[in-house]
Ligand binder design. Structure first.
Ligand SMILES: NC(=[NH2+])NCCC[C@H](N)C(=O)O
Ligand SMILES: [Mn+2]
Ligand SMILES: [Mn+2]
Length: 312
């Protein structure tokens, strides 16, 4: 069974590399996209029958780095994050509009400001499946770290409307169109917000309780009950257990197994509704070379599963 989506016109995939680290303090996450591509991701997708385009965005991001970028309303590097994500959002919008599957390689998870804005601009009735140890829904007022990779969903949902640098972000995501899988490290504000907005969230507790098969069914039943709406999957590799994906900036023990992570991608691809996927927070500068190679391999295989690779 191959996960070709009828929404994607011609089995064309556009790989959007976003070598960006401005949403968090650790160097190295900007090296993720190129390492994934260098290890053969494009060729692997061709073998699955996709026509593959690739944009690396390296020069654009260097050019967009401001000479001065002081904190604004508690957020770090707001101008850099805003400029890069706005720029990449346009690019993703164009590719999605051409009927291409958009595969975005991060970079830190602030890049979801670009992917979700770009994809939902073309597919306004899409739903978002956010696979992560973290909820990434802090507002500028609430964030304890000031790192914007912990905040993208608050902007996309219109919870943070008064930050001057992010006025371009439209509140295109409604609470009933978002579902989380894999959560296990939430700030107090994030717990409160998820409950008060009634966002459906499957934590690791639910994965333990129901098993991953049932969790993905329930997640789809919630955001896509008739299995007819386009799906955007944003996969932060720290959703996986650190023993599976060690090279990432904010690892949290007790995560998804190798198979649970891949099952999520396979099952969503199988719906035929997946139009975009993000593989985020691979940081090849963290841990030793064995760990890095392992994390890169996992990133590639998750991406292949999103594009229809199955075990048989
Ligand atoms: N995309 C991520 N890895 N996010 C981690 C966020 C951690 C923490 N909640 C923060 O806001 O700083
Ligand atoms: Mn995370
Ligand atoms: Mn994240």
């Amino acid at each position: 069974m191959v996960g070709t989506t009828p929404l994607i016109k011609s089995r064309q995939v556009s790989i959007i590399g976003v070598p960006f680290n401005g949403g968090q303090p650790q160097k190295g996450v900007e090296k993720g996209p190129l390492r994934l591509v260098d290890s053969g991701l494009a060729e692997q997708l061709q073998e699955l029958g996709w026509e593959v385009g690739h944009e690396s965005n390296e020069n654009i991001i260097n050019e967009l780095q401001p000479s001065s970028d002081p904190d604004v309303m508690g957020l770090k590097q707001p101008k850099f994050v805003s400029a890069v994500t706005q720029n990449v959002a346009h690019q993703i919008h164009e590719r999605a509009k051409q009927g291409k599957f958009v595969l975005t390689l991060g970079g830190d998870h602030s890049v979801a400001l670009a992917t979700v804005s770009g994809v939902f601009g073309v597919y306004p009735d899409a739903c978002l499946i956010w696979v992560d140890a973290h909820a990434d829904i802090n507002t500028p007022e609430a964030t304890e770290s000031g790192n914007i990779h912990g905040c993208p969903l608050s902007f996309l949902m219109g919870l943070s409307t008064d930050h001057p640098d992010f006025q371009w972000v439209k509140p295109i995501l409604k609470a009933n169109r978002l579902v989380y899988i894999g959560l296990r490290d939430l700030d107090a504000f994030e717990k409160k917000t998820i409950k008060s907005l009634g966002i459906q969230a499957f934590t690791m507790h639910h994965v333990d309780k129901y098993g991953i098969g049932k969790v993905v069914d329930m997640a789809l039943d919630h955001v896509n009950p008739n299995r007819e709406l386009p799906i955007h999957l944003s996969f932060d590799v720290d959703a996986l257990d650190p023993s599976v994906a060690p090279s990432t900036g904010t690892p949290v023990r007790g995560g998804l197994t190798f198979r649970e992570g891949h099952y999520i991608c396979e099952a969503i691809a199988e719906t035929g509704l997946l139009v975009a996927a993000d593989i985020m927070e691979v940081n090849p500068a963290l841990e030793d070379e064995v760990a890095v190679a392992q994390t890169i391999q996992v990133g590639c295989s998750l991406a292949r599963c999103c594009l229809g690779e199955t075990l048989l």
